[in-house]
Each structure stands twice: as C-alpha cells, then as structure tokens.
Design a protein around this ligand. Structure first.
Ligand code: AMP
Ligand code: MN
Ligand code: MN
Ligand code: MN
Length: 291
C-alpha cells in the first residue's frame, strides 16, 4: 500500500470510543470509518489504550489499515494541552502505567465538579454523569455535559461547556495532568510518534505557543495536527506554516466523538496539503495492514 503523497489519503487519526468519552464502541467506529471511506484509521481514546486491540482487530477484519493511538491530557503553562500518540506498542509497560496515573485523579475531580454543580441547583450530577461512562476511570466533562442535556439544563453539550464546564463556571475544577515531557516520552519510548492535537483550540499567546512547540520538539515530539474537526480554514493555513517552521510531520483527524454531537464525521475532512510531510509517511512500518 502506498501511503503518499499527502494529498490523496483519507487518513483519520483522531477519534474516541466508549472506552473514553465517545458514544460508539471500537467495532462500531471501525465500521463507520470504513463506510465513510477512511483509508487509514487510528482510535485515540483519552489517556487510555484499553480499546486498541479491539479497534485493530475490527479494522483489519474490515480491510482497513490501522495505527495504534491515544490522546494524552497534559498541563502546560497552566493550560490543558492534548498530545496524540500514534503507532506505539499498546502493551508497553511504561506507557500503560503513565496513562493509568494520568487517569488517576478523575474520580475525585468529578466529585468536586458535582459539588460545584449542586451549588447552582443541579443535583446528582456525579451519578448522572456515571450513567454515560463506559470506563469509570475516565469520567470526563463530556459525560457531565450529556447528563446536563438530559435533565434539560442546556440544549446541547456545547452550551453546557460554555455555561457550566469551562474556566470560571460552576462545574469547572482545574486539574493537573501529565507533564509534556512525560507524555511525549511515554509515546516515543513505546515506538510511536507524538503529535500536538488541535493546536488552534488553545488560548496561548504567541510566545506561549512558541514555547509549547519548542519544548515539544526538544522532548522528541515530531508532529502537529493541521487538519482536524475544530480547525478553521485559517487554522489549516497557520498550522501548515507552523509544521514547516518547526519541521514537523502533519496529521489529520476528525476528533469524532458521537453521531449526535460531533460536527465532523469520521473521514469527513479536507485532505492535507501536498506540500506537507504526512505523519503516516514516518509510520509506514507501524501500520497494521489487513492480510
Ligand atoms: P476532560 O478531559 O474531562 O477535561 O474533558 C475534555 C473533553 O471535553 C474533550 O476531550 C472534549 O471531548 C470535550 N470538550 C471540551 N471542550 C468542549 C466544548 N467547548 N464543547 C464540547 N465538548 C468539549
Ligand atoms: Mn473528548
Ligand atoms: Mn482533545
Ligand atoms: Mn480528541
């Protein structure tokens, strides 16, 4: 299989299953990816690789080439940054252990979130969010958002984030995730490539963003998501230029979570510009091919 040039491969290297905060199981996601014309797929659950063997088996049984994936929560300059890892060994002990520690604080955080919501009259949010959770270690803001929509507090999950779950709002609890150095190290030492996820979403100044990418490179990071569900046309241009400036590989992924919530379906994205080096070129020997 020829994975280049960049411009003509429908690779979707970022999405979530019910193993983290998506609503579909890995098998249903694989089927949806294939039905949508995806030609190279990675499941990238938050802080978890528990769905990797299932995703790979499902993809290969459908004839869909597969790369292992995860999306690690990192705290950098006081903000949460997401680092996608691709093509690593999903059984690597240090990676599995690092992810388990990253997940560790979620339950206590969720209980605090529920206390904050109770103070503004929304009761039972912890138990309510849990109903939507596939993996209790990975209770996330997304699960709270689904519960708040269910009880009619908001029309959709976007509105919940805006009114309740972002900084300064009643259900927001700051949290310390993995360090950038550790997250990149876990991925690289497990044989994978680390990628800065959806850089257009962070609220960094130009200096902070420069520091993020400089340190990321220094720690062994090699890629950046240029085309992703939450990016605008301007972001595509900006981060394509940044990929060139920092000599980074370019990635492409929908960040699909749910047929009911996600604006961008699996594989439904513009192609990467042919002037970029796609991340899958550097991962050719890590791709699992159908037999
Ligand atoms: P957490 O890891 O618990 O902080 O939750 C982060 C998750 O919330 C992300 O992975 C997204 O799935 C979701 N999310 C974050 N911001 C928004 C938003 N503004 N609208 C909808 N979903 C969001
Ligand atoms: Mn998510
Ligand atoms: Mn993310
Ligand atoms: Mn994501």
């Amino acid at each position: 299989m020829n994975f280049s040039p960049a411009g003509v491969l429908n690779a979707d290297l970022h999405c979530h299953s019910s193993v983290s905060d998506g609503t579909l199981c890995p098998e249903d996601l694989a089927a949806r990816a294939q039905a949508n014309g995806v030609q190279l797929w990675a499941l990238t659950d938050h802080d978890e690789v528990g769905g990797q063997h299932r995703a790979r088996a499902a993809a290969l049984s459908l004839g869909l080439p597969y790369l292992t994936g995860t999306e690690i929560s990192v705290t950098f300059a006081g903000e949460t940054v997401h680092i996608v890892g691709l093509g690593f060994d999903p059984d690597d002990a240090a990676l599995v252990d690092g992810l388990a520690r990253t997940r560790g604080g979620r339950e206590a955080r969720a209980r605090e979130m529920a206390e904050g919501l109770a103070r503004v009259g929304i009761r039972g949010a912890y138990e309510g969010a849990l109903k939507y959770v596939g993996n209790p270690e990975l209770i996330s803001r997304t699960h709270f958002a689904r519960f708040l929509v269910e009880v009619g507090a908001c029309r959709d999950t976007q509105e919940v984030f805006r009114k309740y779950l972002t900084e300064g709002k009643p259900g927001y609890v700051p949290h310390r995730w993995a360090s950038l150095r550790d997250a990149v190290g876990w991925i690289v030492n497990a044989g994978g490539v680390a990628v800065v996820a959806h850089p257009g979403r962070y609220k960094f100044t130009a200096n902070e963003e420069y520091a993020l990418f400089s340190e990321f490179r220094e720690f062994g990071g090699r890629g950046v998501e240029v085309v992703t569900g939450s990016h605008t046309q301007q972001d595509y241009v900006k981060y394509a230029a940044l990929a060139q400036e920092f000599d980074l590989l370019a990635s492409r992924g929908s960040d699909f979570h749910s047929p009911d919530e996600s604006h961008t379906d699996l594989g439904a994205l513009p192609y990467l510009s042919g002037t970029l080096r796609p991340v899958w070129e550097a991962l050719a020997d890590r791709v699992h091919l159908p037999s």
